[in-house]
Design a protein around this ligand. Structure first.
Ligand code: BGC
Length: 743
């Protein structure tokens, strides 16, 4: 009888939701009420089950725990699943939840859709190098449509961790070193995933990660300690998470690291004070993989039961894969260590999202086999991936205009990455496979118009030089050598930190040998982190940074090399000369003893005795086959009032021989503050396409708002005084003007 009553209750709730979903966009408030009415029907065990996220057997992204997802789902002990995809498989699991549990609450399916689902786009660092927010949003939109068509409603992206240490393998998953660029990319990706309407079955719930400051582990070692001032945290590391929340992201993932001695999954300062109170976050918080359990080895709790209590009271609503909520929450409640009200609130936040996604309306709305067939890996999507891949490439050097390759030239294509398809996909390529992916070599054979010969030359690493002879032979016979070097894709991503950011010695040796042929050498790089390329840069004529360019990357690289596409990417992260310079980023401070190269006695200056201070390639840098010139930098006024706005004008001219796009960058320096300020901060950018010979006036506006920072007393605001603006094509921009912010 009770069962019947509950079923009728739930049925009414569901009917109720159908009505609302059929009207306009699902309103969060309505969904909250509906969630509350379901919470009222639930037993404590069922509530706890909704706070559990377990991996299915289909994929593995961390240490496997001893759970059987099917049994847990049946028992109502697991309300959410990750690492399951395809319509057939997710439907099977969803049927268990709907048909075999008492209340039939639908499962939420999540997956790591980091840079595409089946159609793989360039790695996120590469996408950020496009500085093209429309393209990035489109890439996320396509990833969302493919994920949603594969039975998923939730993606563990965007990863918005600012990263300034290239040793850290996960630098490849984010948008680089800068908070301003990081915020724009975060917003674009959230919009792409959620499209402002979770009730549309082609959208997915975004999950911002890894909150917070996961990108700053000591010595670049993954999962290591993070320790920084609150000012740096708030000014540099937090803004992209906040931008993603402001853009509407309704889930957020805690990070593995500790911050100021407290691991993120037990950190009420991060989860309550900042996320909920300051930012007004309305979604739910999920942990990273077993990160509640990991608070035991962190040494903040003595056992997993205490860990579960610490996490739930700190504001963590869903336990990814740790099973500690499953094991201990009930007991903690009975002992009075956790209140049932905390549980109710958490469950309501989770169910609210399930309502918003329309899962209570139709739990199988993401399980349409025809849609899956039509949408996933469609030709249209692969074309879009090609487009973004072209935009992501950064030309770092081009002496004597060796690029683009002149038609008909014979090419010697050499190197361990030249004929790879797997590596094009980069780390963490979700459901992506090499099926339908063609290598750079294949594409050059098709498009170069001249003879193409190939030799691998060497492996990624090791010291086997037996392939050198063949490589040298074909180099000698060719007009140009295209040398494809870098890292295999497994060298970046999670748990892939390196203590060296050099190219493996064997690859540099191969390059040194090839150089002896005196043929023009174009170095094509595939890698997921800044590399220290000082030696190599001297030896080659041209360098094209291609990151891991994705499903359609082989063609995109070939088309950039042959001039079908004029590169326009700019580095989203500084490329140091050597590891000793790390951390190095463009927005460093001046110090009390800046090294100025000339004038003063230089010994006791902030410098190295064995390396220049400057990086090899600065943040924002990237060349084109054409030339861009900047002139007539003007400000609308020499002063800016608190309510006013300042317009900055500059003329951009394409004075070269190709049509092309330039990313015009605006940097600001606050000369004197109550705390010291960075030498430069990015405050605006525009990607401008110009035909050859064309000149265009580019305009930026600045208001007092953009000049705010965390002042001496940690209040957020501006301070009157003198500022400089810098405009140009990279962070060394030399077009400079000054203005004064008035009281
Ligand atoms: C990673 C997350 C990922 C999760 C689920 C973790 O190891 O840090 O980024 O979303 O696994 O696969």
């Amino acid at each position: 009888m009770r069962r019947l009553f509950l079923s009728i209750g739930l049925f009414l709730v569901v009917l109720n939701s159908i009505a609302s979903i059929q009207t306009v966009k699902t309103k969060a408030k309505n969904c909250e009420h509906r969630a509350d009415s379901v919470v009222a029907l639930m037993t404590l065990d069922e509530k706890i089950g909704q706070m559990v996220l377990l991996t299915s057997g289909a994929d593995q992204t961390g240490p496997r725990m001893a759970v059987n997802d099917l049994e847990e789902i049946k028992a109502g002990r697991c309300g959410n699943i990750f690492n399951a995809h395809t319509v057939a498989y997710t439907r099977k699991l969803q049927e268990i939840a709907i048909e075999q549990t008492r209340l039939g609450i639908p499962l939420l399916f999540g997956f790591d859709v980091i840079h595409g689902h089946k159609t793989i786009f360039p790695i996120s660092l590469g996408e950020a190098a496009s500085w093209d927010m429309e393209a990035i949003e489109k890439s996320a939109r396509i990833a969302a449509t493919e994920a949603a068509a594969s039975g998923l409603q939730w993606v563990f992206a965007p990863m918005v961790d600012i990263a300034r240490d290239p040793r850290w393998g996960r630098i490849s998953e984010g948008a680089g070193e800068d908070p301003f660029l990081g915020c724009r990319v975060a917003e674009a990706r959230v919009h792409g995933f959620q499209d402002n309407d979770l009730s549309d079955p082609s959208t997915v719930l975004a999950c911002v990660k890894h909150y917070a400051a996961y990108g700053a582990p000591q010595a670049g070692r993954d999962y290591s300690t993070v320790d920084m001032s609150e000012r740096t945290l708030r000014e540099v590391y937090l803004p992209p998470y906040k931008a993603a929340v402001d853009a509407g992201a309704l889930s957020i993932m805690t990070s593995f690291n500790e911050l100021d001695g407290v691991p993120s999954s037990g950190n009420p300062f991060l989860l309550k004070d900042i996320l909920r109170k300051e930012w007004g976050f309305k979604g739910f918080v999920v942990t990273d993989y077993t990160s509640i359990n990991e608070m035991v080895p962190h040494g903040i709790v003595a056992n997993e039961k205490e860990a579960a209590g610490l996490a739930v009271n700190a504001g963590v609503e869903m336990d990814m894969q740790g099973s500690v909520y499953l094991k201990y929450l009930k007991q903690l409640i009975s002992e009075g260590k956790v209140s049932e009200a905390t549980i109710n609130k958490a469950v309501r936040n989770i169910l609210k999202i399930k309502f918003m996604l329309g899962l209570f309306d139709d739990p199988y709305r993401y399980c349409d086999k025809n849609r899956e067939k039509q949408v996933v890996f469609s030709e249209e999507n692969r074309k879009a991936a090609y487009d973004v891949a072209c935009k992501s490439m950064v030309l770092l050097k081009n002496d004597k205009q060796v690029l683009p390759l002149a038609p008909g030239k014979s090419l010697a294509v050499i190197g361990p990455l030249a004929d790879s398809t797997e590596d094009l996909l980069g780390s963490w390529h979700a459901a992506g496979t090499t099926e339908g992916v063609s290598s750079l070599l294949d594409n050059l054979k098709k498009s170069s118009g001249g003879k193409v010969s190939y030799a691998k030359g060497c492996d990624f690493s090791g010291n086997d030089t037996s392939g050198f002879a063949e490589a040298l032979k074909i180099a000698e016979q060719a007009d140009v050598v295209v040398l494809v070097l870098g890292e295999p894709c497994g060298w970046t991503g999670e748990a892939a930190s390196r203590t060296s950011i050099d190219l493996p010695e064997i690859q540099t040796k191969l390059l040194q040998e090839i150089r002896k042929t005196n043929k023009p050498v174009v170095m094509v790089l595939m890698n997921g982190r800044p590399l220290a390329l000082e030696r190599e840069t001297i030896l080659v004529d041209a360098i094209l940074e291609t990151w891991y360019a994705g499903t359609s990357g082989g063609k995109a690289i070939a088309d950039v090399l042959t001039g079908m596409y004029n590169p326009s990417g700019k580095l989203p992260v500084t490329f140091p000369r050597n590891l000793g310079q790390v951390p190095i980023f463009y927005s460093m401070k001046n110090t009390g003893r800046p090294y100025e190269k000339e004038g003063l006695e230089q010994k006791y200056r902030s410098r190295y005795i064995d390396s220049p201070n400057e990086p090899l390639f600065p943040f924002g840098f990237g060349m084109s086959y054409t030339r861009f010139g900047y002139s007539n930098l003007k400000l609308s006024s020499e002063t800016l009032s608190k309510e006013g706005k300042l317009t900055i004008y500059v003329d951009l001219t394409n004075s070269g021989n190709y049509d092309g796009a330039e990313v015009v960058q605006l940097y600001v320096q606050d000369l004197v503050g109550s705390v010291t300020r960075p030498l430069k901060e990015l405050k605006g950018f525009q990607k401008v396409f110009l035909k050859k010979g064309e000149t265009r006036k580019v305009e930026f506006t600045l208001t007092e708002k953009e000049l705010r920072f965390y002042r001496r007393d940690m209040s957020f605001g501006s301070e009157p005084g003198d500022f400089k603006v810098y405009v140009g094509g990279d962070s060394n921009a030399t077009n400079i003007k000054g203005f004064r912010l008035k009281q």
